[in-house]
Design a protein around this ligand. Sequence first.
Ligand SMILES: Nc1ncnc2c1ncn2[C@@H]1O[C@H](COP(=O)(O)OP(=O)(O)OP(=O)(O)O)[C@@H](O)[C@H]1O
Ligand SMILES: [Mg+2]
Length: 401
Amino acid sequence: MAATEKDIVVGLDLGSAGITVAVLRGGPLSKREVLGVGFSPSIGIDKGEIINTDDAVGSLQRAVADAELAAGVDISYVYASADVPGMQLRCASAQFKAGGGRDISRWKPQEIYRELYRQVLLPDYSVVQLTGIRYYIDGEPVKAPAAARPGNSLLVEALVIMAPTRSVEEKQKCLRQAGLKVKQAVAGPLAVAEAVLSGMERELGVVCVDIGAALTKVAYLNRGLVVDMGIFPVGGDHITADLAVGLRTTLEDAEAVKSKYGLSRVDGHIKVQAMSGAGHTVPGDLVYTVVQARVQEILEFIKGFIDSLHIDNSLPGGIVITGGGAMLPGLPELAGDYLAMPVRVGSSCLLPESVPEDEVYRYTTAVGLALWGARQGTAVRGARWGAESSILNRIRSWLSL
Ligand SMILES: Nc1ncnc2c1ncn2[C@@H]1O[C@H](COP(=O)(O)OP(=O)(O)OP(=O)(O)O)[C@@H](O)[C@H]1O
Ligand SMILES: [Mg+2]
């Protein structure tokens, strides 16, 4: 029987290189499968930011139409990635006391969330996502305040993910103009973790790294929960650009050299096309020198993130890398040596066989977004806040689409 929009959950990733869509059949875990995917090169998006709305809308529509055709469904609701440079995660906590005839179980979620946002929301930033919420009544963990026993004080802890308001609004505008409704915006690193990590890795403690075209995103998970994340403005396209300059060649040739040799040691000389169109030769070891320098920068970001966790390099789940950048020949090995930890390359195993092997990496975030959505069910975390004040406007963020 053909799937309808009721049966499916759709993840949509606005990547710097490509917009990808994954249509997941929802329902019980064992029945989940990706029915179809869609892709369009990202025109109008640069380094995670919208630089031309009309072009970006066109790219979005092409990727969605591609997925609709592949999965045989109409798409209007999506779980969308919200990654932009400057995205940040902050831990927030707020305490609520009983009193004045009001029991603590009567605090409304909206009031609780608003207080959490008020604690950490930076000027000119909007809330992207609230996650990892934990409630304690008189110091005892409870599932939710409404279901809880009476007490004197309610402590709520959560992770608030926020991004510069201007960038968030640009992405919202594009999605709206493309005729899409966002069920929830999800930080890419959280979605990627959903797609590539095993339950055991999440429990033990693991760092998940997504090396994209323009951004490298990292998330640290422990005891099943996201603890921290970071986003750095460097990715695979920087390696291509460096090679184009270093080898005095076109971006197309630089891309081909990158994918072919990566971090391999190349003997002798290789032939590349000069900007003028003529061919010329360059020393093979120059490829390694150029690629290694940029990869080193990416690895330093990752190392800095791990150091900032203060976990004394204790990561029993190791490091899982994914994204197009992770396909660079030799990168997993160099990362393992540099970070002195086990590194494996992760990808989603839910994709249909029709997706060519060398394109699987593209869909990791989109699949993760759909899986995230399937896990949330219909309960969208956050609230449809009114626009009473500036802070509420910024909280309203994605849900008002
Ligand atoms: N085989 C390969 N070897 C090296 N690099 C590769 C390979 N395949 C793809 N890439 C690089 O991966 C990058 C694209 O990755 P990906 O699709 O994950 O990016 P994105 O999600 O669109 O970008 P971002 O996450 O930064 O917004 C490009 O820089 C591309 O050159
Ligand atoms: Mg990406």
